[in-house]
Every structure is written in structure tokens, then in C-alpha cells.
Write a protein that binds this ligand. Structure first.
Ligand SMILES: N[C@@H](CCC(=O)N[C@@H](CS)C(=O)NCC(=O)O)C(=O)O
Length: 216
């Protein structure tokens, strides 16, 4: 076994799960359910003290690797035959990192976090929580319009150079759009076509099946 992925069904760790399937890695799955609060239990905090999924255990390494962009970039670099990170030029690679940083730092870390975890932004006073949720939705709407514009120029994948580690993350966010009740199919046709292309991939179907999740 080369890797063990600590994941929660349908969480951002799903992007790593898809990439593990894409590269054909020998890996084990360890469920850490966020909805049941298992990520905050001592047993998991001893593995990832930050209390988030994903965390990737790497054979021979003492400490797990955390932070979604870091885990995705590591796997793509470690398995270059899968061609999941553009390598033609430093700028091509940076374009993938540019997407990952924005999706993780802004769309997930600021947008969705305000919707699902307003207490992170106002820990002691619950009064602003509803306003934080509304602000999170505003940020997600604006970001989703930008994603739709980017995918709407007839490109097949996030990067013109081809399928890469950004695309599984976009699929996770597409699912989350459905989860928060956005009319994904009606408002984001180019992104919907991208999601449908993703669902044609065996690696994606296997990861969805193993986690017991669907697109809607
Ligand atoms: N900065 C982290 C954030 C990861 C993250 O927020 N993961 C969520 C699941 S999508 C989580 O573990 N949430 C636990 C919680 O909110 O308690 C990363 O990019 O990996």
C-alpha cells in the first residue's frame, strides 16, 4: 500500500480520491466523517492536528501530507506518467496552481466556509452568522459566474493544455453548488458539460461509488 487517504464522503477530499484512481495508485481509504464530527476526535487529531480532511499518509513518511492543493500537486508530480500537471513550461504549471489557490483559498475557504461554518468567522458571537452565510453565498455566486465564463470558451478542461488536477476539484465544487441549492444545470451550462465529461471517466465513477455520493 503506497497511500492511505483520510476522507469524508463528498468533501474536498473527493478530489484526491479521484486523482488516486486516475494514477492507478495502491491506496487504502480511511473514512473520517465530518458530519459526525470524527475530524475533531483525538484519534484523528493525532494524525492531522488541523482537524481537516484530506490527509494523505505516504508509505515511509512519518507525517501525513495535508492541504488539498499540496496533496494534489504531490500526487501529480509523483506520478508523471498520468500527466495530471502541465509540465511544458513553468507558466503552464503555475496556471494549475493559480486555479487551485483560488478554489481552495477563496471559493472554499472564504465562500463555502462562511455558508457552512460561520462560527469560524465569529466564534463567540452568533449574531452575525446569518449575514455571514448570505455573504458566503454572494461570494460563491460571483465565483461560479467566473468559473462558468472560464469554461465557456469551448475549452474541454480547466486548462487548455488538457485534463489536470484542477478538474476533479471543479467537480467537487459543482456538487457543492447542487448541495446549496444553486440551479447548476440552468445557470452554468458550460460547467455542467464539464461535470458530465468528468462523470464519463472511470476514475471519477469509481471514486463516487466508493464514497456513496452522486452529483446531485
Ligand atoms: N485548507 C484545507 C481545508 C480543508 C477543509 O476545509 N476540509 C473540510 C472538508 S471539505 C473539513 O475537513 N472540514 C472540517 C470542519 O469544518 O470541521 C485544505 O485545503 O485541505
Amino acid at each position: 500500500m503506497d497511500y492511505r487517504l483520510y476522507y469524508s464522503p463528498g468533501a474536498c477530499s473527493l478530489a484526491v480520491h479521484i486523482v488516486l484512481e486516475e494514477i492507478g495508485a495502491a491506496y487504502a481509504l480511511q473514512e473520517v466523517s465530518v458530519s459526525r464530527g470524527e475530524n475533531r476526535q483525538a484519534s484523528y487529531l493525532s494524525i492531522n492536528p488541523k482537524g481537516f480532511v484530506p490527509a494523505l499518509e505516504i508509505a515511509g513518511e512519518r507525517r501525513v501530507l495535508t492541504e488539498l492543493p499540496a496533496v494534489l500537486i504531490f500526487l501529480a508530480r509523483q506520478h508523471p506518467q498520468a500527466a495530471l500537471l502541465p509540465q511544458a513550461s513553468a507558466l503552464d504549471e503555475a496556471r494549475a496552481v493559480e486555479w487551485l489557490a483560488w478554489l481552495a483559498g477563496w471559493v472554499h475557504g472564504i465562500g463555502f466556509a462562511q455558508i457552512w461554518r460561520p462560527e469560524r468567522f465569529s466564534a463567540t458571537d452568533p449574531a452575525p452568522h446569518e449575514a455571514l452565510k448570505a455573504n458566503g453565498r454572494r461570494i460563491v455566486h460571483e465565483a461560479y459566474t467566473k468559473i462558468e465564463q472560464a469554461l465557456g470558451d469551448r475549452r474541454t478542461w480547466a486548462l487548455e493544455s488538457g485534463y489536470c488536477i484542477v478538474d476533479p476539484f471543479l467537480l467537487v465544487l459543482y456538487r457543492w453548488g447542487n448541495r446549496i441549492g444553486l440551479p447548476m444545470r440552468e445557470h452554468y451550462p458550460a460547467w455542467t458539460a464539464h461535470a458530465e465529461r468528468m462523470l464519463e471517466r472511470g476514475a471519477v465513477r469509481r471514486a463516487f461509488e466508493q464514497e456513496g455520493v452522486a452529483i446531485e
